[in-house]
Design a protein around this ligand. Structure first.
Ligand code: WT7
Length: 630
């Protein structure tokens, strides 16, 4: 197993070593895994390409490390513990032995459908154990998984399937989410009607007893695995072979497919899981994320299983059947490590202190937060009402592109200060830059957060468009990975991540490109132009504020609904604008660029100082936009 840091001295030592001898540091961690062929070089890198390779010529299969290597020691330990949406339904569990067998059966099923190494398989599924099983089955046979969050629309699904040129979609019939029943298979059918020509087969997991339409490309999950052998030789993968693609939004229109590879991702997710969560044998670990996001990939599936942990998966939502559900689950399963998002904490905080007070939360040893900056009020509520002021809170900063946690307190080891993600993990060389690219080494300073040196689980490329990877992350400041976030460093060297500095907003911990939402809004036939910005939102962190130019005469609310419907159709309900303001014009520079800075201030009701507007092309619109603000 990768090492587990136990004290501040050990953290400092590990950090020092990771900087002075990064290759030696990661070599030692990597050697704790099962390699079919040892790597002959630790690292080759060039951020200009970018061209980054870890553990060169090493051959491995990540599922052999997640499953097979644990069988002897912990074959009968629970690997995945599943809590259903409906609390009266049965819990499911898979021991390591059972999970290995289930993964192998599914892997053999996938092979029977002609899926082979390198093929892309898109997932569009609820949080059921079969999702984790099939993801691992892909990895077992070397197929590349791309999980699409089941809240995206048919159009968004089709865009991703087409970009990945996926050969198969794995979905369910319906998704139980709170009191809603979401017709997942129907959405897949709709996606296939508008694209998805590369798809040769669709596997449907039966999750409910409701009817669905059937096509000749469809196969039931239970038929796929019926009679399959429960062993399957793992495909030998090169360390740098693709493990998965995960689509994420950026500042330009189309979401990009972030590519992660086998070896480095394995080493880093396991290392960070063990250290950040300080997992001990017998612990029950629960991350509430969805496997449709990177958090679910790294810290529900891969990290915990690589570390031989018991990882809980939850099908439902925090408020069903009531606002006590998370805490009821913590009590029921005696959860030890609990990892969730600030938006969930704020939503539950708003429901009142009586909900957590009803449950016994004494099993909790550690509380985690991820996805967006956690505000001070939510941090304190989490600390007092959930952790009872005895569980350290770890505010973990990272990104889809970083693959694993980058900046975080280590519980009980480094100190935790509210709203600070604190210190970089060993191996992570962070720095702050000014907008000209000069490093700001001093304390008490604010700048653009960059990473100077490669780490094993970093993004390798954006699928099908390497230039875009270079442009997005490696061109702003040559020789650096640019995160897109602004941050401050305090007098003790702790880092506080403030938020995005690009045209990306963070809605309930989900990344949303403003251009993507604008493109959707502009699909409405009566919209002339639109501009989308984020604004502070009590529960979601940031809300979506849309300024829309129209020459339409329809009543405002009907038109607003029309715009919302287009966004839901193009992207999904997660991108619904919270506010839509109709405007006669948008403030623009002489060169025609929209002045988002002004729009952001107006949306945030921060209009005392709008800066100099006299150089605008149309300074007169500022007053009218301001006076019509919602
Ligand atoms: C963006 C990445 C990493 C898993 C979930 C989101 C923001 C994430 C924090 C944090 C402040 C945070 C950043 C980052 N972010 N964690 N602890 N404090 N900001 O993954 O969708 O790739 O979004 O989320 O702005 O760049 P993602």
């Amino acid at each position: 197993m990768t090492t587990q840091i136990k004290s501040l001295e050990e953290y400092k030592e590990a950090y020092q070593r990771s900087v002075s001898d990064p290759e030696g540091f990661w070599k030692e961690q990597a050697e704790t895994f099962t390699w079919r062929q040892p790597f002959d070089k630790v690292l080759e890198w060039d951020f200009d390409g970018p061209d980054v390779k870890w553990f060169l010529n090493g051959k491995l299969n990540i599922t052999e490390n997640c499953l097979d290597r644990h069988i002897e020691e912990r074959g009968d330990q629970i690997a995945i513990l599943w809590e259903p949406n409906d609390p009266t339904h049965a819990v499911q569990q898979y021991t390591y032995k059972e999970l290995l067998a289930a993964v192998c059966r599914c892997a053999n099923g996938l092979k029977s459908k002609g899926i082979t190494k390198g093929d892309r398989v898109v997932f569009y599924m609820p949080m059921v154990p079969e999702l984790a099983i099939a993801v691992l089955a892909c990895a077992r046979i070397g197929a590349v998984h791309s999980v699409v969050f089941a809240g995206f629309s048919a159009q968004a699904l089709a865009d991703r399937v087409d970009d990945a040129q996926a050969k198969m979609i794995i979905c369910s019939d319906y998704n139980n989410r709170g009191s809603k029943l979401i017709p997942v298979k129907k959405i897949v059918d709709d996606a296939r009607a508008i694209g998805c020509d590369s798809v040769a087969s669709v596997i449907v997991h039966q999750n409910t007893s409701d009817e669905i339409a059937w096509t000749d490309k469809d196969t039931w999950w239970h038929d796929l695995i019926d009679g399959q052998a429960d062993s399957c030789e793992p495909e030998m993968m090169d360390s740098e072979d693709m493990l998965f693609i995960l689509y994420t939004s950026g500042s330009t229109g189309k979401p990009k497919g972030v590519v992660h590879t086998c070896g480095g991702y394995m080493v880093y997710t396991c290392y960070t899981f063990r250290n950040v969560f300080q997992y001990q044998d017998g612990d029950i670990y629960w991350c509430t994320a969805d496997i449709g996001w990177i958090t679910g990939h790294s810290y529900i599936v891969y990290g915990p299983l690589l570390a031989g942990a018991t990882s809980m998966m939850f099908e439902g939502v925090p408020t069903y059947p009531d606002a006590g559900r998370f805490w009821e689950i913590c009590e029921k399963h005696k959860v030890n490590q609990f990892y969730t998002a600030p938006t969930a904490i704020r939503a539950l905080m708003a429901r009142g202190d009586e909900w957590p007070a009803k449950y016994d939360l004494t099993s909790l040893k550690l509380l985690g937060s991820v996805g967006e900056p956690i505000n001070e009020e939510a941090w304190h509520w989490y600390n007092i009402h959930i952790g009872k002021e005895k569980s350290p809170i770890i505010d973990t900063w990272w990104q889809t592109e970083t693959g694993g946690i980058m900046i975080t307190p280590l519980p009980g080891i480094t100190d935790a200060k509210p709203t600070y993600a604190s210190y970089p993990m060993p191996g992570i060389q962070t720095c702050l830059l000014d907008s000209d690219g000069n490093e700001l080494p001093e304390k008490d300073v604010e700048g653009l957060l960059c990473i100077k040196f490669p780490w094993p689980s970093m993004v390798r490329t954006t699928y099908g468009d390497h230039e875009r990877c270079k442009l997005t992350y490696f061109s702003t400041f040559p020789g650096m990975y640019f995160t897109g976030d602004g941050a401050r460093r305090d007098a003790e060297g702790r880092i506080r991540v403030i938020g995005r500095v690009d045209d990306v907003i963070n809605v309930s911990g989900h990344r949303m490109g403003t251009a993507e939402v604008e493109n959707a809004i502009n699909e409405h036939p009566n919209v002339v132009e639109s501009a989308v910005v984020g604004y502070p939102h009590d529960i979601k962190g940031q809300g979506i504020y849309a300024y829309v130019i129209t020459q339409d005469l329809e009543t405002d609310d009907a038109f607003r609904k029309g715009i919302t419907d287009v966004v839901v159709k193009e992207i999904g309900p997660i991108a619904k604008p919270d506010k839509i303001q109709f405007v006669s014009g948008l403030p623009k520079t002489r060169s025609g660029k929209i002045m988002r800075r002004i729009l952001r201030k107006i949306a945030s009701k921060d209009t005392d100082n709008l800066g100099d507007t006299s150089t605008l092309l149309n300074p007169e619109v500022v007053e009218s936009v301001k006076s019509g603000a919602l």
